[in-house]
Ligand binder design. Structure first.
Ligand code: FAD
Length: 438
């Protein structure tokens, strides 16, 4: 089915899901009518709660849901809508108190009624969840620890919110309405179980073995795995998989990496992994023969998903990984479409895969522009960052219509998106993939 139609379909499903519980609560018998602002505040509460519950389904990696939008957009939405939902939920008690200031004790986490206390604690769990996500890097919270707190706080918030609704009992006075609300949230929280239990069960049946770990320039490693007793997986160049190492497919620690091998490579799957932290710093010492599990392929950051007459690629550091897969695949397919690659890095010696790229130039219609932050003596190429000036000098003019792909750290992506807009490229012709999720 056409990806736009699928995208619109899921958007409509989303809107129905968000509004359904509210509509159900309005089915008769309904409680006696109350002032407009009281009803309005309850509506905000219901919508906010359902939005939070839907977050579990959004990040459960259902291919059909994420594919039309791409993981970058889904996660951006996940972050933004969580903030909107929390604002709605904060507004819920505040509007009640503004409407009737005698109820001010409802805001007291240790006072008020039992229902208000439970509601308050659910709200604080959510606010803490958002604050930890927004300021994770500033407070130097370890990523893995953040993931655990994120899941625990999310589940606690949903459970406490349900308890709150049950204790208030205003709209759920009828048993069937209460059951609908419970079933609704159980289904959505079950998405979490799907992600942590069912998907790993499938991964267990298709293990991989580490075949080779090879050093590349720029503290990067080519990490090759081969299927162990099965045919492996098919992916589109530019997609990624979550990698788990060790004997258990259920381990909580997993990291996303883009495929960097050709999609036509039947001998195995390669990743390009840069040393950046606890896990990646040890990648070079993983012994061949180690068991690996892959959850993928994911994402739609791929020329296969967005056909165009030509492409412009922008890579920042190890953001080159998905482009290496794209270039290798296009070369294997004898693709003749024109490609310009802008590749920004710190130093010439650390430019990973530059020899591979040079070799690929002979097989593709490929122009490469290196942009170095710290150029060596005698460097006559571009220096600094990929910005509007670099684009002005090297962007292909005229000819075929091209699509623009950007991959790398968030700051680089924002800067290149800005430069492209200044250059007159519409957002509809730009696709981005961020390597730092939170
Ligand atoms: C879609 C996608 C594709 C990626 N492809 C590549 C690639 O091809 N090559 C490559 O070297 N890197 C890639 N990354 C980044 C890579 O996942 C992180 O560098 C790696 O997980 C860091 O883990 P660490 O424990 O070594 O570092 P840490 O110091 O723990 O983390 C460094 C940063 O990496 C991110 N990170 C850490 N752990 C995870 C995790 N479990 N899941 C998601 N993000 C995490 C966080 O933003 C964190 O701030 C990709 C990331 C994404 C989202």
């Amino acid at each position: 089915m056409n990806r736009t139609i699928v995208g619109v379909f899921w958007l409509v499903v989303y809107l129905i899901v968000i509004l359904l519980p509210l509509c159900i609560m309005m089915v008769r018998p309904t409680p006696p009518e109350r002032p407009f602002w009281v009803e309005f505040s309850l509506a905000l509460g219901f919508i906010g709660l359902v939005q939070i519950a839907v977050q579990f389904a959004l990040v459960a990696r259902y291919e059909s849901v994420t594919a039309p939008y791409g993981i970058d957009l889904i996660l951006k939405y996940h972050r933004q809508i969580a903030i909107v939902a929390v604002l709605l939920l904060v507004a819920h008690p505040i509007i009640l108190v503004l409407e009737n200031p005698d109820l001010v004790d409802l805001l007291n986490p240790f006072g008020g009624t039992r229902a208000s206390r439970v509601g308050n604690w659910g709200l604080y769990a959510l606010i803490l969840l958002v604050l930890l996500s927004v300021f994770r890097k500033q407070i130097k919270l370890d990523y893995e620890l953040w993931r655990v707190t994120h899941a625990l706080l999310g589940i606690s918030a949903i459970v406490l919110a349900h308890w709150h609704i049950r204790l208030v009992g205003h709209y759920t006075g009828t048993q069937w309405k209460e059951n609908v609300l419970i079933v609704f949230s159980v289904i959505l929280v079950a998405s979490f179980a799907y992600l942590r239990l069912i998907r790993p069960a499938f991964m267990r049946r298709v293990p991989y073995k580490v075949a080779e770990v090879k050093p590349e320039r720029g503290e990067t490693w080519s990490f090759r795995v081969t299927p162990d007793g099965h045919d492996g997986m098919r992916f589109a160049p530019g997609q990624f998989a979550w990698l788990k190492l060790g004997d258990s497919a259920y381990t909580f620690e997993e990291h996303p990496f883009s495929f960097s091998s050709s999609a036509r490579d039947d001998a195995g799957i390669e990743f390009s992994i840069k040393e950046l932290g606890d896990f990646t710093n040890t990648i070079g010492s993983v012994p061949p023969g180690t068991t690996a599990y892959l959850d993928g392929p994911h994402g739609s950051f791929s020329p296969d998903h967005q056909p165009a007459a030509g492409y412009v690629f922008f890579a920042g550091g190890v953001g080159i990984a998905p482009f290496i897969s794209m270039l290798r695949t296009m070369a294997d397919r004898r693709d003749t479409r024109p490609i310009t690659l802008f590749y920004g890095d710190q130093q010439w010696d650390g430019v990973a895969y530059r020899e591979t790229i040079e070799a690929l130039r002979a097989r593709l219609d490929l122009t490469v522009v290196y942009v170095l932050e710290e150029p060596p003596d005698g460097w006559i190429g571009e220096t600094g960052f990929i910005d509007a000036g670099v684009l002005k000098r090297h962007m292909p003019h005229g000819g075929v219509e091209r699509l623009h792909f950007i991959c790398g750290p968030t700051a680089m992506i924002d800067a290149v998106e800005d430069a492209l807009r200044q250059h007159g490229v519409p957002m509809s012709q730009i696709r981005s993939e961020r390597f730092d999720l939170v």
